[in-house]
Design a binder for this molecule. Structure first.
Ligand code: ATP
Ligand code: MG
Length: 439
């Protein structure tokens, strides 16, 4: 048995093999998911990126030497197999492969640190330590195929809406919002930080006249919490749009969510089935609840929430019991929102900020922004920050910046909503949390 590909080329992925090509010769490549030796017959479940197919080797139909070679194969070895497609009522998928030739391209060290067939469940830490193996599980890779499709649909949607994709720096000189949630780094002879948000840059792009921009990029948060909803590095989908207000960008956001869910539903049937996920596509517009009402609801559920506070975890949970789908919380108090959020015209104690929630999970925050220089400086000072450290940002507001609005959507939190997983670590290939920096 050769261990080199030579001129072999894959002709099909497992999912492309069906009864329509009964009798044809195919070449498949992948891993041995399982091997069962029944004496006179050996079954191999061959797994590739897109699925699993049965290879059936009956001793009667193949040469004795070849049968002996097959008998030696072990779990998770990488193989290439040439064989004929055979209809079979017993095989999963209705077809099996009768092998003619096989290459053992590489072997796997045994025992494996975790069971890829998932008969034995592993703890999340064991799984993440051997993540490349964990990702071989069809139910795990399904999450990332869905995430990939989600991000693809997001791009298609925003491009259709006239947004231009931009890339802003992740090495920054100062904080976006003040705050302590920054990772300091050494930038030659000075201190710099990893960007916590593209906020200030996307606003400068409004002054640059780009009208509608989006960015899909990592944000870094030096938050200490150890929860199922926070990581220290995530991918944020950010938009900013000129000549639009908060209502307009909420409308873009709800249509994006609904369109993307529909496209995931249409394109990820196999993956959703693997995850036993019944995806439902919400109708737009989503319900909007004013912050004042949220305070009343939370208190009526027996959880204490004072006016002017951000939603605690308990408050989020209380609200999640009350509202079970996608909904906006609007009318946030100005004081608990960042300086760049526009206070309301009628009541400046309230603002044009909104959060998009799915049940008890915040997935996006956005707002109409302050576009007037004087008000911006005033708000920076009021929040105890020094306008001098925002000099280069503030300059963009002195030479004609249009009214604008935008939001940031956490792609991992959105993936949690779509897939139904309840630990955010499941939605990142190699997650970064308070304790984990490898692999
Ligand atoms: P939370 O209150 O849940 O900690 P936040 O209000 O601090 O979130 P924002 O600064 O509003 O987060 O960021 C916008 C979006 O980015 C959030 O709604 C969320 O989807 C995502 N996000 C922000 N920080 C994190 C994080 N540490 N882990 C996962 N997602 C995050
Ligand atoms: Mg937020």
């Amino acid at each position: 048995m050769s261990d080199s590909l030579e001129k072999w080329k894959r002709t099909h992925y497992s999912k492309e093999v069906n009864q329509d090509i009964n009798g044809e010769t195919v070449t498949l490549m992948g891993w041995i998911h399982e091997i069962r030796d029944l004496g006179g017959i050996i079954f191999i479940l061959l797994r590739d990126r897109d699925g699993i197919i049965q290879v059936t080797a009956p001793s009667k139909k193949i040469s004795t030497d070849f049968f002996k070679e097959i008998r030696k194969l072990k779990k998770e070895a990488v193989i290439a197999i040439k064989g004929s497609v055979q209809k079979s009522s017993k095989a999963p998928g209705g077809v099996e492969i009768i092998p003619d030739a096989l290459k053992l391209l590489n072997e796997a060290k045994l025992p494996l640190p975790l069971d890829i067939t998932e008969k034995v469940k592993a703890e999340i830490d064991t799984r993440l330590d051997a993540r490349f193996l964990d990702l071989r599980k069809p139910t795990v890779s399904a999450i990332f195929k869905i995430k990939s499709r989600m991000l693809h649909s997001v791009r298609l949607f925003l491009e259709r809406e006239g947004f231009i994709e931009v890339n802003t720096p992740k090495l920054v000189a100062s904080a976006t919002e003040g705050g302590t949630e920054l990772f300091p780094i050494t930038y030659f002879e000075r201190e710099a930080f990893l960007g916590q948000s593209p906020q200030l840059y996307k606003q400068m792009m409004m002054s640059a006249g780009f009208d509608k921009v989006y960015e899909i990029a990592p944000i870094f948060r030096a938050e200490e919490h150890d929860t199922l909803r926070h990581l220290n590095e995530v991918i944020s989908v950010d938009i900013e749009a000129s000549f639009l207000d908060h209502e307009d960008v909420m409308n873009i956001l709800e249509r994006l969510v609904s369109t993307v869910l529909e496209e995931v539903q249409d394109n990820c049937e196999t993956e959703l089935k693997l995850l036993e996920r019944d995806l439902f596509v919400p109708e737009t517009p989503f319900e909007r609840i004013d912050y004042d009402e949220v305070v009343d609801i939370v208190n009526s559920k027996g959880t204490l929430m004072r006016y002017g506070e951000d939603l605690s975890r308990a408050a989020e949970k209380a609200m999640g019991e009350f509202m079970d789908g996608y909904h906006f919380i609007t009318g946030w108090p100005s004081d608990i929102k960042p300086f760049y959020v526009m206070p309301s015209d009628e009541n400046p104690k309230k603002s044009y900020a909104f959060d998009l929630m799915y049940k008890d999970l915040e997935i996006s925050s956005g707002a109409r922004r302050v576009h007037k220089y004087d008000l911006l400086v005033e708000r920076i000072k009021k929040q105890g920050l020094n306008p001098e450290s925002f000099e280069r940002y503030l300059a963009a507001f002195e030479y004609g910046i249009p009214p604008h609005a935008g939001w940031g959507l956490g792609s991992e939190r959105f993936t949690m909503c779509i897939t139904g997983v309840n630990n955010i670590r499941e939605t990142v290939l190699f997650p970064r949390d308070r304790r984990r920096l490898t692999p």
